[in-house]
Design a binder for this molecule. Structure first.
Ligand SMILES: [Zn+2]
Length: 154
């Protein structure tokens, strides 16, 4: 018996390869339509993210390898929030050098990283609202002077 969730966990986020789309909270539902047909419901992290097309193709391809036709449905409501990122994925982001968003921060609009992912200092400053991708902002630590990305809350 094929575990659809396990298959989906092998698909990394195209922008942050250390975390997969399940950990990111993007996969909302998995419905077996028939023995060889499955529907995957995903919510885009950012509607403007060009990576969404890549993810959709990755899902179709990975199920195809197992002889299963995957139908990808995009669900835009309720909107994805950084609160859906699992705790394990937050740890991975931190280890990767990206300051993870705080849980519930999207509600308070607290658009600041809690601490520098390299030295743990809380003394940081924003360099740019947009980092290497739309989903991230660039910050610099005032103590170790290392620049880092912050996964923006929304
Ligand atoms: Zn630092």
């Amino acid at each position: 018996m094929l575990n659809a969730i396990d298959l989906l966990k092998t698909i990394p986020d195209p922008e942050i390869p250390v975390i997969n789309i399940v950990e990111l909270g993007m996969v909302r539902d998995v419905k077996m339509i028939a023995d060889s047909e499955v529907e995957i419901v995903i919510t885009p992290t950012y509607s403007a993210c060009p990576a969404m097309f890549t993810i959709e193709q990755d899902i179709i391809n990975i199920f195809h390898k197992h002889g299963i036709i995957a139908k990808v449905t995009t669900q835009i409501a309720p909107v994805w929030t950084t609160d859906w990122i699992t705790d394990e994925a937050r740890e991975k982001l931190h280890a990767y050098g990206i300051a993870p968003p705080e849980k519930g921060a999207n509600k308070t609009h607290l658009e600041v990283p809690k601490k520098c992912p390299r030295c743990g200092s809380e003394n940081t400053k924003q360099i740019s609202r947009f980092g290497s991708t739309l989903c991230k902002a660039s910050y610099q630590c005032n103590d170790c002077l290392e620049p880092f990305d912050y996964f923006k809350c929304h």
